[in-house]
Design a protein around this ligand. Structure first.
Ligand code: SAM
Length: 207
């Protein structure tokens, strides 16, 4: 899997090392484990997915994680992305809106000794108590850039967020440039994510 990521252009050795270290099969439902190292998103229940490894790698690379970075993840899902961030030395804060997914993810994350704090909530409003963050990664696609997430970034921090329609989203890398919430945006490729449901995402009825 990691060889394939390298062939597809992922060059950050720290990201590749973390993805080599974290065993993806632990985060995949048992009946699907023989596909755990395919470069594919897989169902994890509740209509949600563990993201494709290439997507995880691109998003993690875009965050520019360093040791002790404080990273907020919106959409814990299986816990795989959080485990990769923790393996890179980040302090991970992760929010999932579906309680049963977080319960399973928490057990797996504890079993791999990940350093994380998690809660069930609407992540589009962020986690003010632990802000400001060096980086924020949103692993579901919404209609716009959630304002609270920009507010909760450090100046110079990066928000990686898929934005677009229900059908496809463009990955945006938002860099906060000033204390008054100014930011610049770099557009990456198009992806297909599950919907970001919440106050600054799609309405509940779209879930
Ligand atoms: N990072 C996950 C992983 O490694 O498995 C990917 C999970 S999946 C692609 C996206 C997740 O975002 C889903 O579990 C979904 O329930 C969650 N989600 C959607 N809207 C959310 C919100 N407003 N707050 C928190 N989680 C949300």
């Amino acid at each position: 899997m990691v060889r394939l990521l390298r062939d597809r252009g992922i060059s950050d050795e720290r990201v590749l090392a973390a993805m080599l270290q974290i065993e993806r099969h632990l985060f995949v439902p048992i009946p699907l484990r023989n596909h755990a190292y395919d470069d594919a998103a897989l169902p994890i229940g509740e209509g949600q997915t563990i993201s494709q490894p290439f997507t995880v790698a691109i998003m993690t690379e875009a965050l520019r994680v360093s040791e002790e970075s404080k990273i907020l993840e919106i959409g814990t899902g299986s816990g795989y992305q959080a485990a990769v961030l923790s393996a890179m030395g980040a302090r991970v804060f992760t929010i999932e809106r579906i309680p049963s997914l977080l319960k399973t993810a928490r057990t797996v994350l504890e079993s791999v000794n990940a350093r994380f704090v998690a809660k069930t909530s609407d992540g589009t409003v962020g986690w003010k108590e632990f802000s400001p963050f060096d980086g924020i990664v949103v692993t579901a696609g919404g209609p716009g850039i959630p304002k609270p997430l920009v507010e909760q970034l450090k100046v110079g921090g990066r928000l990686v967020v898929p934005v677009g329609s229900h059908e496809y989203q463009q990955l945006k890398i938002v860099t906060k440039t000033g204390a008054n919430n100014d930011y610049s945006v770099e557009d990456k490729s198009d992806f297909k994510f599950v919907p970001l449901i919440g106050r600054d995402g799609w309405p509940e009825s779209d879930g």
